[in-house]
Design a protein around this ligand. Sequence first.
Ligand code: SF4
Length: 278
Amino acid sequence: MNTKWNLHFKITNWCDLNCRHCCECSAPTQPLKLFSLEKIEKYMYEAARMDKKPNELLSVGGGEVMAPYIHGQDNYIPNLLDIIYKNGFIPTLKTNGVWGNSDRTRIKILYDIAKYAYKYEKLVTLDISVDEFHNNQSGVIKIINDITKEIALSYAIRICLVGFNTQKSLFALNNLEQELSKKDFNIITNEIGDWIITSPDGKNTMFIYNDFSSSVFNSGRAKINKVYTNSGQPTNSDRHNCLVLDNNDIATYNYIYRTQVNNRSLIKIINSFQQIIK
Ligand code: SF4
């Protein structure tokens, strides 16, 4: 078995959207029930000390990863980032971007996450869904607008737009590009489909990474985690395994195998899956 692996924390099932393809069973009707930061800190401490550590780029999602802000728990994400960074990992936050529509929430979130990127001198990544299922483009435009216009934010936050390898996802991406162009952003698409975007005043240029390669039916949404096809088979010999730990104390391995955590250590959880797969 390949020993490279990624770690993903699913912090809540609450989401302000209710996408019909959602493989996380998330919706506005789900309880917030946040993953305990004490537990995440314990896993991070263990992960940092393992012989075979997870990839240093780890991801956090939900549900909507910014749900704590929407529910008035403004310290949760900053504390989570601090835990991740101080254990030597680099966070990717997977979001639908709807919070971009609220000026107060958007400014709070962007400056909060930038603060931790500066503190630890490593970028924080926002993976934002842009596809046929998410009715979120107005919020996404405001997020991109703020980050590209403000150098302090663009030096700290990396944006990755994530969709599926469908015509409808590409249509959504093209639509977003057109809307940004109408606001006088200059966008050049490079040979691998990423954007080099310049702010309307011409003072700031940054990359926006575009990942539109995954199947709709793939389990999970994370670029870095999405290495298994919908048949559950590895796509290549350089694949990463993926462990998702969630707020309901369930561990899921490669989107196929599941177990109750039951206060076990990270290494015991990983070993239990590896014994099943052998
Ligand atoms: S935004 Fe994401 S987590 Fe929320 S319902 Fe849609 S797919 Fe699920």
